[in-house]
Design a protein. Structure first.
Length: 341
């Protein structure tokens, strides 16, 4: 109870006591990229238009559809449209495809697919011959996440969206690595972009281009080597948060991510993960100390009070033994209260 209260004061909300028991045993921590390692405050850096439609019209259609989504990339698209004072329109149908993107049907019946390259391949989208193949590589090499936009089975645009790292994320990763914890970036983003970000942060292992189901499968494999903690914030992370031994979500994440996790960080400061591990370690050490003192008093005093050692001339008034029992309880409480510090 003391440790849970201390964690709450530090902005770490724990849903159960098992988390405190296990956090210090974690061997691997998996991080989602967008919104977890990065701020999730994305900005559109470049739009490549391969159609006869005006760029503003494309942005209008994409933003109108993405306005129904909670994903950080969707918010970046809508923000760009608002900055350019583009009025969004109603749509007939919206469908989120976790790990891939979104599908929307405009009022005029046009079908839009907006998401990653996997979404395009799955739906047999035609990559028009007039597309410059270098465009995708340019965006990736600049650290952009890429949004493919298809209209009625034809690719019409590429949108490069760039994010920035959280201020202290490099120090956090280094602290965790110093504890001999394996750090893994587990993301649905493309391989090149993920590797660029991971290298900047100091993460050696990257698992990219994975769907929510594949994320879960990867965590199951990692669990073979010890306890796994997963840190994420989006709908795409909900399955992996449940699969991991300890799921950690930030308060700015989606409702389903917070519901799926055992730990909620009340702010976006990832240093709280290091705090959680330290609180867990000190709590379990404190419990072992308490058990020692409780048993020490009982083992010493009860046999003497029962008269077992009377043949040896060692006796004790039972009242003294009762007082010693009270002292043992007091010792446990006072030792526990040290956790507040």
């Amino acid at each position: 109870v003391t440790a849970s209260g201390n964690a709450s004061k530090k902005g770490i909300l724990l849903k159960n006591s098992e988390t405190l028991e296990n956090a210090h045993k974690v061997k691997t921590i998996c991080f989602d990229k967008t919104g977890t390692l990065t701020k999730g405050e994305l900005n559109i850096s470049k739009i490549y238009n391969y159609s006869n439609i005006e760029e503003k019209e494309i942005l209008k259609k994409v933003a109108s559809i993405e306005n129904k989504s909670e994903h950080p990339i969707a918010r970046a698209i809508v923000k760009k449209a608002q900055e350019e004072k583009i009025k969004l329109e109603d749509i007939k149908k919206f469908k989120a495809i976790p790990g891939f993107g979104v599908e929307g049907i405009a009022l005029n019946g046009d079908k839009y697919l907006i998401g990653n390259k996997k979404l395009m391949i799955e739906n047999n989208i035609k990559m028009n011959t007039n597309i410059n193949n270098n465009d995708e590589h340019i965006l990736v090499n600049q650290g952009n996440s890429i949004l493919f936009v298809a209209l009625n089975d034809n690719l019409i645009a590429l949108i490069g969206v760039k994010d920035i790292l959280k201020e202290n994320v490099i120090n956090v990763i280094q602290k965790l690595k110093n504890k001999n914890i394996n750090i893994v970036m587990l993301t649905g983003d493309n391989e090149k972009t993920a590797e660029i970000i991971a290298k900047e942060i100091g993460i050696d292992k990257v698992i990219s281009n994975v769907t929510p189901k594949e994320k879960s499968e990867q965590i199951k494999k990692l669990k073979e080597n010890g306890l796994v903690m997963m840190c994420g914030d989006g709908i795409n992370d909900s399955v992996s948060l449940v699969t991991a031994d300890i799921g950690v979500s930030v308060s700015s994440g989606t409702d389903i991510a917070m519901d799926s996790s055992q730990v909620i960080l009340m702010n976006d400061n990832l240093e709280k993960i290091d705090d959680l591990i330290e609180i867990s370690r000190k709590t379990m050490r404190n419990i072992k100390q308490n058990l020692f003192w409780a048993f020490f008093y009982n083992i010493c005093m009860i046999p003497i009070a029962c008269g077992i050692l009377q043949p040896l001339g060692i006796t004790m008034n039972p009242m003294i033994a009762a007082f010693a029992m009270t002292i043992s309880s007091l010792t446990v409480v006072l030792n526990t209260l040290r956790l507040k510090r």
